[in-house]
Design a protein around this ligand. Structure first.
Ligand SMILES: [Zn+2]
Length: 308
């Protein structure tokens, strides 16, 4: 599905079966730029190619592809053995040397869950559904690694790179001269995205808010034109989770799994895994802010106590 944003920018919405919508943006000027390029799946590729054809474009005519981050739904289409992109230059932020520990690794999740629930919450292979691991994005050959504040020429205009980590360490947003901001997964309609680091995420959101973009073009869902409301709702949601966790710790719940159960109101379903990740990210941030003490065994949190 195509949605014209302005005289240069078109939103290409790709529906990936079972996984929902992902946006690719085409910027057509003297040169052709894509922002992100969907999954590395036959469906996603053919859908994207058909939509590009509607714009009179062929994949081999794309001059450059800028990736907001290396998650498979955004970067997968830039990988793979039979690249359709001709001479397109691949552009992204470098992956930092020191990646934060992913709270969502299976081994970490198992350490926090009662063993009796492993078979209920994790599938037979020990992976959490839906499987979202796609290392193909690691194999992309990049032509340019951009830094915060650098610009990308889009022919008759430019995009300014904002490093906006938090959802993941290599996440960037791109501010256009025309006042639209390509936000990747930083700002979404339904509250905060999955996070690797809450503190860097709130910094990034502040950075995006300061741009006062006329519209945010997100990696998923429709155009966000009331960005102040969406950002405020996102920050409120994060604050509410902090408060809920602190209240539960005050009531004596001292383990991450117990806190995740608080978030699902005691219900045991696969959403618990999502909430376990959320709880861990918030706990690390609350500790850095001096609100709680975490007692660890290695990297695993053994107990949680209020700091004051
Ligand atoms: Zn993502």
């Amino acid at each position: 599905m195509l949605e014209r944003i302005n005289d240069k920018v078109t939103r290409i919405s790709i529906e990936e079966p079972g996984r929902g919508n992902v946006n690719v943006y085409a910027i057509v000027s003297d040169i052709v730029t894509l922002i992100d390029c969907g999954y590395n799946s036959p469906h996603s590729r053919s859908s994207l190619h058909a939509d590009l054809a509607q714009l009179g474009l062929h994949p081999s005519g794309v001059d450059q592809i800028v990736l907001t981050h290396r998650h498979p739904d955004h970067a997968g289409g830039a990988a793979g053995s039979s690249l359709p992109w001709g001479q397109a230059r691949m552009i992204a932020f470098p992956v930092p040397d020191q990646l934060p520990l992913s709270p969502s690794s299976i081994s970490t999740r198992k350490r926090y869950m009662p063993e009796s629930l492993w078979s209920v919450l994790l599938d037979a292979n020990g992976t959490a559904p839906p499987p979202d691991e796609d290392s193909s994005a690691q194999a992309i050959r990049f032509d340019r690694l951009v830094q915060d504040g650098e610009t990308v020429d889009i022919g008759g205009g430019k995009l300014t790179v904002l490093h906006t980590p938090g959802h993941c360490a290599d996440h960037i947003s791109l501010m256009g001269d025309d006042g639209v901001l390509f936000g990747g997964d930083a700002v979404l309609h339904n509250g905060p995205p999955a996070l690797e680091c809450l503190d860097s995420y709130t910094n990034s959101i502040g950075k995006i808010a300061a741009c006062q973009a006329a519209a945010i073009l997100p990696g998923h869902g429709s155009v966000i034109d009331r960005q102040d409301e969406t950002i405020a709702r996102t920050l409120n949601r994060l604050e509410a989770t902090d408060k809920k966790l602190l209240a539960a710790v005050r009531r004596g719940i001292d383990a991450p799994f117990g806190l995740a159960l608080e978030c699902t109101e005691g219900r045991i379903h696969r959403g618990l895994l999502f909430w376990l990740d959320v709880v861990l990210v918030h706990l690390f941030s609350l500790e850095r802010r001096g609100d709680i003490h975490l007692t660890r065994s290695g990297e695993i949190i053994e107990s949680i106590a209020l700091a004051r």
